[in-house]
Design a protein around this ligand. Sequence first.
Ligand SMILES: N[C@@H](CCC(=O)N[C@@H](CS)C(=O)NCC(=O)O)C(=O)O
Length: 216
Amino acid sequence: MINLCGISLSNYYNKTKLVLLEKGIEFNEEKVIPSQDPALLARSPLGKIPFIETEHGTLSESQVILEYLEETYPEVPLYPNDSFQRAKCRELIQHIELNIELQLRRLYKEAFFGGTVSDETKAEVKEKVDVGLAGLARLTQFSPFIAGDTFTAADCVAIVHFFMISVTTQKIYGADKLVEIIPAVTAYNEMVATRVTVQKVVADRNAVLMAMGIIK
Ligand SMILES: N[C@@H](CCC(=O)N[C@@H](CS)C(=O)NCC(=O)O)C(=O)O
């Protein structure tokens, strides 16, 4: 059985977990905190989470894991049949992660972990995130899912990162930049929140955030 390693606070862990749940793959969860401990580095090359352990060995990088799961467990597909539509899904995933989430990640220290980030960094990130969000608005119509009329891998990615984008921009800039730039996200969030798989991932994540005092 697949062993999913990491913590429910991590959006990349939650992306992988949501994919496993959506595909109906049996898996076990092992709590692993990222670190530079040699024992962890032997399992995950940079000491990051998530990683999975399979009967063939260990695999890190959430997008690589997603693609592996899609190829190994094709029964419940999370990509469209058409190769161009599959590419459009991957375009959305890469755009959200590279041009929005990775930029915003520089603010997590202050948004979630009691640290501080300089005003210069906040201004730099805001510029990049505004550009990324404007690009996202051009890429999707939410009709009703992010890549069209079917739930796909791009939704698994959007759902977990949207939460981080909204909370972080609220905390750092005093406004939810995601909803401000793309108002359709509110209805989208409500729609995907009705999925049992999403409810499980959100409940587990919120339990950790509550314990940390980040949400009530
Ligand atoms: N590109 C990686 C990103 C994973 C990642 O950044 N994980 C964070 C937790 S959300 C982590 O392990 N951070 C610890 C560190 O950067 O050392 C993926 O998609 O899996």
